[in-house]
Design a protein around this ligand. Structure first.
Ligand code: SF4
Length: 278
């Protein structure tokens, strides 16, 4: 049975797919997005989070810290252990048409674990969703998507050089996986677009993104705009990786509205991340 490093299991999640869900967050991601809200998700090992305000710099620092200044993030869990946690919420799934969403980090970074866990969820009759940045081998995509009812697929930048500049990886494999998931595997998909001012919010890039979705994926794909927010900024200091982080400003409402109209002009149905679908 496979293990993975899990850094959060979040119950009563209502924005990661239909109904009431439990979202499982796995550590490990092939990208290094400069705006990442969960920098603790990027490495695939357990790691220490430092609460600097509690740390007194003691000599002979001991484990566990009596002041709670050092917290270990991530825990190795087996499929059976995670499934047992998920089963505690199964009544919610049944009554709301919800289920389980696997997120990260990047769940396709742990394909054997993801496939095994999602297969068990489907056997239990729960709806399954996968939240992915799309950067994975086609073999891993097929291995996992066999057990997935809905893919939440991130599109960060349409220009590969810009994609590399912001995430550390080019986008060709991501775009090709999106096309093949839509047209070969035919798994239902929601497109998720982080709106990062000064990085991907130009009219040119948003027009290219809307065109890609409408013409190369499907015009019936729901599009979710996720405006950048600053909630995760403090974590970069806590995980001692401030140099990898770039500060951005959240987008203004009128700017977001303009981006929304741009997508709607292509006939796409647009929602704000965290907004209920009608
Ligand atoms: S893909 Fe997601 S988890 Fe990975 S670095 Fe980017 S924002 Fe963070």
């Amino acid at each position: 049975m496979s293990n993975a490093i899990v850094f959060n299991i979040q119950g009563y999640s209502i924005h990661d797919g239909p109904g009431i869900r439990t979202t499982v967050f796995l550590k490990g991601c092939p990208l290094r997005c400069q705006w990442c809200q969960n920098p603790e998700s990027q490495t695939s090992q357990c790691e220490a989070l430092l609460h600097a305000e509690l740390c007194e710099g003691c000599e002979g620092c001991v484990e566990p810290c009596p002041r709670g200044a050092r917290e270990v993030v991530g825990r190795a869990m087996s499929v059976a252990e995670v499934f047992a946690e998920l089963a505690k919420e199964s009544l919610f799934y049944a009554h709301s048409g919800g289920g389980v969403t696997l997120s990260g980090g990047e769940p396709l970074f742990s394909p054997a674990f993801a496939a095994e866990l999602l297969a068990r969820c489907k056997q239990a009759g729960w709806h399954t969703a996968l939240d992915t940045c799309g950067y994975a081998s086609w073999h891993s995509v097929c291995q996992v998507l066999e057990h997935v009812d809905l893919v939440l697929f991130d599109l960060k930048h349409m220009d590969s050089r810009q994609h590399f500049a912001g995430t550390g990886m080019p986008n060709e494999r991501i775009l090709e996986n999106a096309r093949r998931i839509c047209h070969e595997l035919r798994v239902p998909m929601w497109a998720r677009i982080p709106v990062i001012p000064g990085y991907n919010d130009s009219t040119d890039n948003m027009t290219a993104t809307a065109r890609f979705i409408a013409e190369e994926l499907s015009p019936s794909l729901p599009v979710y705009l996720h405006p950048y927010h600053r909630f995760g900024e403090g974590k970069w200091e806590q995980f001692r990786r401030p140099a990898a982080h770039r500060r951005f400003d959240p987008p203004g409402e009128s700017h977001l509205h303009g981006i929304r109209r741009l997508f709607e002009s292509r006939g796409l149905n647009v929602f704000r991340g965290g907004e209920e679908r009608e």
